[in-house]
Design a protein around this ligand. Structure first.
Ligand code: C2E
Ligand code: MG
Ligand code: MG
Length: 724
């Protein structure tokens, strides 16, 4: 027998180690070896609980070396005080009276029954706790007298943990999610209550069956093959699947399947967990609807349209078929909205959506892009571009006709509308979705330019125009930096031919190239926002001229009119811009006239009026330019503080030959006079026109007959040459 450091150095009795002075029975060497090598902790005490023997396993389990414990009392060493106290209380309750709550409490049952077997919590040397199954037996000598006690303790921590895990697993198994356990051959072994609740099958009905009892038939064979392949390869599968309840109802579920392998790595079970995701699906479809559909008309929105367009282009790449994108803009919708109110506008939009849907085939898309802009995507128009164009035009024509039909809104009256339609053909190979959208947009602009209620195709000539526009915009930006703009003036005269004022008209003079007229660059400047800095320059230049005019007697009393674009007027600081320009040059505000166009009047009326009044308070006055070309009625005009009205040149041109124009102009002049607005006739070129206007009460004139737009220097010379 080895006598190593860890072995107890007992006294030798018949070659067996026992603690000195103990009354332990003699042990043979074999018995001693068994004790020392047992897998249990073995502790022997005398009748008072003093430790006599403490085997190797006990040392490992409790962390004490034998010499640290031999001779000491067990309760104070390994038994937690709470446990000893608890035992003691039990005994007292049972009527026994172990005044000494320590060892007596521990061995009370042994004394009574010869042995005690139970679970205890030991305290290790390091203070940690250890759950043990402890059997205490009374030791008696040959005469039957009690000589001590023998405790055999097994560590049951692992067993308790496993029991706990099983309890957790049992609770987890009865969780909210449905669980199904099958064997390796997929026979159902166990299901939980949630399974029965979800599928309608009780555990008795399900056990022994195959999971295919739940199949809805919505997934094809390929789906299941792929699922099993993945399960075999990775031991795991999860995804969405449609199953059928016992009652026949088909529902979507989120399913997770895990393969379970035994200790040898052999597949033993499958555990499937699943939950009903019907509610999730409903929410998902609502979100999808919100994200991809227009709430008012329920048509696909722009995002979905672009999505489908992208797919159609990709499909076109494979099939070589043409498709068409139609952009549809309702003409003058804003006017209807402003006059009848937004509810009526909404009803009209819904009606337009219905009519559009009725014009297209099942695979085509009608979408609302926003506001009064709609779009239609036509698919699979064949491989021949000519035929595709004809087809697209036929549909566009049908749409145009449908949208012309009267709309019966709630007010009981019929409302009429029309639409402008731009078409761009696409053929997967050539165009990106962005390019396609841009081209349909350009075609739409052309349709509007053509007087609205029209259909136009995008073609290459348009692309050239597009490129030219880009070059023009670039040119305009540099013109601003390089001071290439000049201001011309055109005289305005009264009935006696006396000069009363002049209108500033901008020109662009690129070096070494012909002068560019405003008609060729102002619209682009407006679209690109460049009109704001350009307009500021005009204002500044005009105020500087006004200041110079104030110096000379011949020009001192003249008005100077400045054209202001709607988008410049809309600038939040427009009033400041004018005030600053006037102050910088010390110009007289009362000589400055601002010409606005009707389009501005459809904006927020109160804001427009407030700005006009603020400037009016300084002395600045306002003229309504190009009157007759927009939608403003004379009555509507009364809401704005205009002082002057300029009849558009297009009415004056044919005044002598076209009775309609003649009637319009005379009516405008008459009503203008009634409203105490000074009426200016623009574009007067002939004596005949002049005579007609004079005869019908017009008192101010502007046109080539009295002078073309000219440089300021020429104008001033011209003024000086006039008879006084
Ligand atoms: P508008 O303000 O209506 O100016 C009158 C236009 O009619 C000017 O064209 C003028 O040259 C032209 N005109 C005047 N009398 C006659 C005539 O007897 N016969 C013919 N055929 N034309 C006549 P212009 O200078 O080409 O300007 C065109 C438009 O460009 C202006 O129309 C105005 O809307 C805009 N514009 C000009 N200068 C400015 C500016 O500084 N700022 C802004 N925002 N717009 C401007
Ligand atoms: Mg003008
Ligand atoms: Mg005009």
């Amino acid at each position: 027998m080895s006598q190593d450091q860890d072995s107890p150095q007992f006294c030798c009795s018949a070659d067996i180690h026992v603690a000195p002075g103990t009354a332990l029975p003699d042990l043979c060497a074999i018995q001693y070896a068994i004790l020392e090598n047992a897998g249990y902790a073995i502790i022997a005490t005398d009748i008072s609980g003093t430790i006599l023997y403490f085997n190797r396993a006990a040392q490992q389990m409790l962390g004490y070396a034998w010499h640290e414990v031999v001779g000491r009392a067990t309760p104070e060493l390994f038994h937690s005080p709470e446990e000893v106290a608890a035992r003691s209380r039990q005994l007292q309750a049972a009527g026994a009276c172990p005044c000494d709550a320590g060892f007596a409490a521990l061995i009370a049952r042994v004394d009574a029954e010869g042995r005690d077997d139970g679970e205890w919590v030991f305290v290790r040397k390091d203070g940690s706790r250890l759950h043990v199954q402890l059997t205490i037996t009374a030791l008696r000598d040959a005469a039957g007298d009690l000589i001590g006690y023998l405790g055999i303790a097994a560590d049951i921590g692992e067993r308790l943990r496993m029991e706990q895990e099983l309890r957790v697993a049992a609770i987890a198994f009865e969780s909210q999610a449905a669980i199904m356990v099958t064997d390796g051959a997929q026979r159902i072994l166990r299901v939980n209550q949630a399974f029965s609740k979800l599928t309608g099958y009780s555990a008795e009905e399900a056990v022994g069956q195959l999971p295919s009892m739940l199949k809805s038939g919505r997934q094809d064979r390929a789906f299941y093959q792929q699922m099993w392949r993945e399960l075999q390869e990775t031991g795991h599968w999860q995804g969405e699947i449609w199953n059928r309840r016992k009652g026949g109802e088909v529902y979507p579920e989120w399913l997770t399947i895990s393969a379970v392998y035994d200790a040898d790595g052999q597949l033993s079970n499958y555990v499937s967990t699943f939950s009903d995701i019907s509610n999730l699906k409903v929410a998902e479809s609502e979100i999808h609807h919100l994200a991809f559909y227009d709430p008012l008309t329920a048509l696909p929105n722009r995002r979905l349209l672009l999505n489908r367009l992208d797919k159609a282009c990709q499909a076109g790449r494979r099939s070589a078929q043409y498709g068409a994108l139609l952009f549809i803009d309702l003409d003058h919708f804003k006017t209807l909205n402003d006059t009848l109110g937004h509810d009526a506008g909404d009803r009209l939009l819904v009606e337009v959506a219905n009519r559009l849907k009725a014009c297209i085939r099942v695979g085509d898309t009608a979408a609302r892009q926003g506001g009064d802009e709609f779009a239609v995507m036509l698919d699979e128009l064949g491989v021949e571009p000519g035929a595709a164009a004809v087809h697209a035009e036929t549909v566009a024509e049908k749409i145009r006709g449908e949208l012309l039909r009267p709309y019966r809104l709630d007010d009981g009256a019929d409302h009429f509308g029309s639409a402008s339609i731009g078409i761009s053909l696409f053929h997967g190979q050539e165009k990106s979705v962005e390019a396609l959208v841009k081209q349909a947009d350009i075609a739409l602009y052309r349709a509007k330019d053509a007087g609205r209620n029209a259909i136009r195709f995008f073609d290459n000539a348009m692309q050239t125009a597009l490129d030219e526009r880009a070059a023009l915009e670039y040119g305009l930006r540099s013109a601003l930096v390089r001071c290439q703009f000049v201001l011309f003036v055109q005289p305005q005269v009264d009935t006696a031919g006396r000069l009363i004022g002049a209108e500033c008209l901008i020109r662009w003079q690129p070096p070494g190239r012909p002068q560019v007229q405003p008609g060729d660059f102002i619209p682009l400047a407006e679209e690109s926002g460049l009109i704001v800095p350009i307009g500021l320059w005009v204002l500044d230049e005009a105020c500087s001229r006004l200041r110079q005019w104030a110096e000379a007697e011949v020009t001192r009393d003249l008005y100077l009119s400045v054209n202001v674009s709607a988008c410049q007027f809309r600038q939040a600081d427009f009033v400041d811009q004018v005030t600053t320009a006037l102050q910088r040059h010390g110009a007289n505000p009362a000589r400055l006239k601002i010409e606005l166009t009707e389009s501005l009047l459809l904006d927020n009326v109160d804001q427009v009026v407030a700005k006009m009044q603020a400037l009016q308070a300084l002395g600045v006055c306002f003229s309504l330019d190009d009157f007759g070309t927009g939608y403003a009625s004379l009555a509507y005009l009364k809401r704005f503080p205009f002082e002057q009205l300029k009849v558009d040149r297009s009415f004056i041109r044919d005044i002598a030959t076209d009775p309609d124009d003649a009637a319009i102009v005379s009516a405008i002049v008459a009503m203008g006079n009634t409203l105490r607005l000074s009426v200016v006739a623009e574009g007067v070129e002939t004596e005949e026109q002049h005579a007609f206007l004079l005869e019908h009460g017009c008192r101010c004139f502007q046109g080539y007959l009295f002078g073309k737009p000219m440089a300021f220097a020429d104008f001033e010379r011209h003024v000086r040459a006039l008879p006084r």
